[in-house]
Design a protein around this ligand. Structure first.
Ligand code: NA7
Length: 544
């Protein structure tokens, strides 16, 4: 079928909107709500059968927040904040999925969402100044503005290991988990991957499986989550102090309730330092990572001391010293990759039904019909769980054939190096607006999402008011933002380590070495700079 034929266009008349949003996760949902407020016609395209994005797909046992629940939820509606009660300080996925469903009902979002549909391509039409958006069904939708809300960690990647598809037992990637519970009772289970996800799933499966074998490529630092139920008294206190909670998040570097200490870890005595670290280690959440001395992930000496502190904790918690050493990262310092939070993770390796295989020393040769072969052993399994991460940041964009002016491809353009304007826009792709696009601010994700969506919506309102039909960032504006991005990355130890934060995924072609992958400044700095663009009348953008 020729999708550009006039006939198709005529047939598609009913499919013309002011705005098309791709994705109905937390960012797409809020973006939809804001577009409703602007009175624009809109259609959201969502691959899942319901809202939720990350929380829809990642149904694996143990999936839960690493941010305090009340700091993660939406803040835009006071009514919603009072109506919804989180039951745990770090809510499980099941509760978060109920929450997003509740939000969708409350703001009547589902009526404009086309579920079970994927966008395969989007092509800019200069003549009509609109986007042609093609669905996997071949259907064509047209919109003035295209907003991508497709997530930063939404394309799961399987390991590049021979035989991945031939295993005859049950196998799932954690981000493609089935809706019906998987029974691990009496099963021999393998988990490949020990990132935030691997650690969460391992903790749960170890309670049920008759035998759990963990295949670890690189050890990761992890500290206690410290989760607990929210008591009725705490609930009332939380609901009465939302304003304060979000103010704390806004003032912190990464949008969490934990704020860095503006002191070097070397400017205090060893006693003072260790007593703070003991306190933070025993407290819930990311405190030891982001509520610590500001130079913990910048200064090699402080980072080494902190790594030694956490290594000691791991040694105390794991009975077998050889296993403990395997679990202690030796190739990167504490907090230089995204820090997993755990609940009794290290103690799991004291259980007789759990074995840790260090695949750096005993390489996985292949997956077989009945299990996994390493160089020295042959394992048989009933279930293999792939907790092997995502094609992060740009992966979700690479899935769609996005073509801008003169038919230039976003995928090809970014292959040479990603450049955006604050993560919102790119040169050559008019009227394409990205929520949480590459090189924008990360951190506590809903806090970033809300700011991003508000900024994009304010721009849409401006465009409506001025009756403009085309917006595109100026080349120089993108270049000056990229200077900010480069500067924000100077001196960070995390940039010396392979992780999705440095654009590395060994399972994705072309993404196996480190690149400048993210803005690493603070959220307050990001907001200040983005606010200045809006307040200055968007001089960084070209309008028509
Ligand atoms: P991550 O953090 O990218 O972790 C993926 C894990 O899978 C990590 O341990 C990898 O080892 C391992 N991995 C990946 N490929 C392979 C192969 N081929 N063989 C063996 N092991 C492999 O993803 P997560 O899902 O845990 O977390 C993603 C984000 O979700 C997290 O940052 C939070 O924001 C929530 P490696 O360490 O690379 O050697």
């Amino acid at each position: 079928m020729n999708l550009d034929s006039i006939e198709t266009l005529n047939n598609a008349e009913k499919n013309i909107f002011d705005v098309i949003i791709i994705g109905a996760g937390l960012s797409g949902m809020y973006q939809l709500h804001r577009v409703h407020e602007l009175g624009m016609t809109v259609r959201v395209i969502e691959a899942g059968s319901d809202v939720g994005g990350t929380w829809y797909w990642n149904r694996y046992p143990g999936a839960r927040f690493d941010s305090e629940s009340y700091s993660y939820g939406y803040s835009f509606s006071k009514e919603l904040l009072q109506e919804w009660s989180w039951s745990e300080h770090f809510a499980p996925q099941t509760e978060t999925l109920r929450y997003v469903g509740f939000v969708a009902d409350k703001f009547d979002l589902r009526k404009d969402i086309l579920f079970n549909h994927k966008v395969s391509a989007a092509k800019w039409q200069e003549k009509t100044e609109s986007w042609h958006v093609y669905l996997h069904t071949g259907e064509l939708l047209i919109a003035k503005f295209l907003i991508t809300s497709i997530g930063i960690l939404s394309v799961p990647t399987l390991p590049k290991i021979e035989g991945v598809n031939i295993f005859r037992g049950i196998s799932y990637h954690t981000a493609n988990w089935p809706k019906t519970p998987v029974n691990f009772e009496g099963k021999r289970v393998a988990v490949i991957g020990t990132g935030s996800t691997g650690i969460q799933v391992i903790q749960e499966v170890a309670k049920m499986a008759s035998q759990l074998t963990v295949f670890q490529r690189r050890a990761n630092w992890a500290i206690p989550l410290g989760n607990s139920k929210i008591s009725p008294e705490q609930q009332s206190k939380i609901k009465a102090s939302y304003e304060d909670i979000f103010k704390r998040c806004d003032e912190s570097a990464l949008g969490f309730v934990h704020s860095a200490i503006l002191k070097s870890g070397l400017d205090v005595s060893q006693e003072e330092r260790e007593s703070l670290w003991e306190k933070l280690y025993s407290e819930p959440g990311f405190g030891l990572w982001v509520g610590n001395y500001f130079d913990c992930t910048r200064n090699r000496e402080v980072n080494k001391l902190l790594s030694q502190f956490v290594a000691k904790k791991i040694r105390q918690r794991v009975n077998d010293p050889q296993v403990a050493e395997k679990l202690i990262p030796k190739d990167h310092g504490f907090g230089t990759r995204r820090l997993p939070l755990e609940t009794g993770y290290f103690e799991i390796y004291n259980q007789s039904n759990v074995e840790l295989i260090d695949i750096k020393s005993d390489t996985v040769k292949c997956i077989t019909e009945s299990g996994i072969d390493t160089l020295t052993r042959q394992f048989e399994f009933d279930v293999i769980i792939y907790a092997t991460g995502f094609d992060a940041l740009t992966g979700s964009y690479d899935q769609i054939d996005i073509r801008g002016t003169d038919d230039i491809s976003l995928r090809e353009t970014w292959r040479k190096g990603v450049e955006t304007f604050h993560g919102y826009q790119c040169v050559g792709f008019p009227n394409l607006l990205m929520v949480m696009g590459p090189m924008g601010a990360l951190g506590n994700i809903t806090r970033s999402i809300e700011y991003n969506v508000d900024w994009v919506s304010k721009l849409l309102a401006y465009v409506q008011k001025m009756k403009y039909s085309r917006i595109e960032p100026r080349y120089e504006s993108v270049q000056s933002w990229m200077d900010v991005v480069r500067e924000s990355n100077i001196g960070l130890l995390s940039n010396e380590v392979d992780s999705w934060m440095t654009g590395v995924n060994s399972n994705v072609e072309g993404k196996t070495s480190r690149v400048l992958a993210r803005y690493s400044g603070t959220m307050p700095d990001f907001r200040l700079r983005s606010d200045a663009v809006a307040e200055g009348g968007y001089q960084e953008l070209n309008f028509k």
